[in-house]
Design a protein. Structure first.
Length: 339
């Protein structure tokens, strides 16, 4: 009887996994037909946990509003004429499978829906902007954790210099790597990271940086994070002829530098909140703004989401119960150990 129950449980987990994969590909199909929206890189905290065997999934929605740019001299300039703005509606779908106590495998989809308006003109566009695959791996010491995090991001969307609708992304494939350093206490987790982002299609490379702190109490986690893109290591192909990009952005995005700008740099700040409904489901949300930038849009973003965990998804290691395995690395709020 035990063998039959165990075999059925394994089959059920496999079936759930297949269904989730099917759901993600359905979403990608909808994105190609311009029904789905997708993400901005600004959503959510960056720390990582390793609950062995868990499958994590996230659905997040965001809106970003801007009516001003930081120019190449870091001066804030309002979009003209008065009343001009750009709004970005986003959703992201992400999966992460924790294969062992130190490794996570990631995949997901991104897209973008743009609404750019002036008193005389309105431009819109929605498109699938990225498919990504990645892996992260943790190296532990007695005091801190070092996590190597890498992603390969394919952009099905490309910018056409002759297009007349809104520009919905940078239109570049991306290879990025980060080193995340984090320290955990029973009710706090602090972290910082740095890395390198390579973009093709003549776009500049840059250094992503960030730091944050999360505080947990009972079923709540409250946090804040600073993150940014600094130091264009490899310059944009149009650095000496920025007007080539500006002409297109003036025609399509009302002059906003949200996407496709030359050598962009920026820093954003956000506060975020997570409320745990059950062991498997949690609501998340946050609000943030651009603090400073260069060749980038100044704006405010708000996001909401649903985080889901599918514990004991992989086969339980010999000698450990699924409950024990799922507790190996858990951020337990306010010294509380869960039963």
């Amino acid at each position: 009887m035990f063998f039959m129950i165990k075999k059925y449980s394994q089959h059920l987990r496999l079936q759930i996994f297949i269904n989730l994969l099917g759901f993600s590909f359905i979403l990608l199909f909808l994105s190609f037909t311009n029904i789905a929206y997708a993400i901005s890189s600004q959503m959510g905290p960056s720390y990582k946990l390793y609950k062995v065997g868990n499958l994590e999934s996230q659905i997040h929605w965001e809106t970003f509003y801007t009516n001003a740019n930081y120019n190449d001299n870091v001066e804030l300039k309002t979009l003209t004429p008065s009343g001009t703005f750009l709004r970005n509606y986003n959703m992201d779908l992400k999966f992460r499978l924790i294969s062992n106590s130190n490794s996570g495998w990631k995949w997901g989809a991104q897209g973008t829906a743009i609404n750019a308006q002036s008193p005389q003109v309105t431009k819109n566009r929605s498109a699938l902007t990225a498919l990504w695959f990645g892996i992260d791996h943790r190296f532990e010491t007695s005091s801190v954790e070092f996590i190597v995090d890498g992603d390969f991001i394919i952009s099905p969307y490309r910018v056409d210099v002759n297009q007349t609708d809104a520009v919905a992304g940078d239109g570049a494939n991306i290879l990025q790597g980060k080193l995340l350093v984090q320290k955990k206490w029973p009710s706090l987790i602090g972290y910082l990271y740095g890395g390198y982002v390579f973009r093709d299609s003549g776009m500049s490379d840059y250094v992503p940086v960030g730091l944050g702190l999360q505080w947990g109490i009972y079923d709540w986690i409250l946090g804040s994070e600073l993150k940014g893109a600094l130091l264009s290591i490899e310059d944009d192909q149009y650095k000496a002829a920025t007007s080539k990009r500006h002409v297109l952005l003036n025609k399509t995005n009302m002059g906003s530098f949200k996407y496709y700008s030359t050598n962009p740099e920026w820093f954003t700040g956000e506060v975020n909140l997570k409320f745990k409904l059950t062991d498997q489901f949690a609501f998340t949300g946050g609000v943030g703004t651009t603090l400073v930038g260069r060749n980038y849009s100044q704006g405010t973003f708000v996001y909401l989401g649903l985080d889901m965990q599918w514990p004991a998804f992989l086969e339980t290691p010999k000698g450990k119960s699924a409950v024990q395995r799922g507790k190996e690395d858990e951020f337990v709020p306010q010294f509380e150990e869960e039963n």
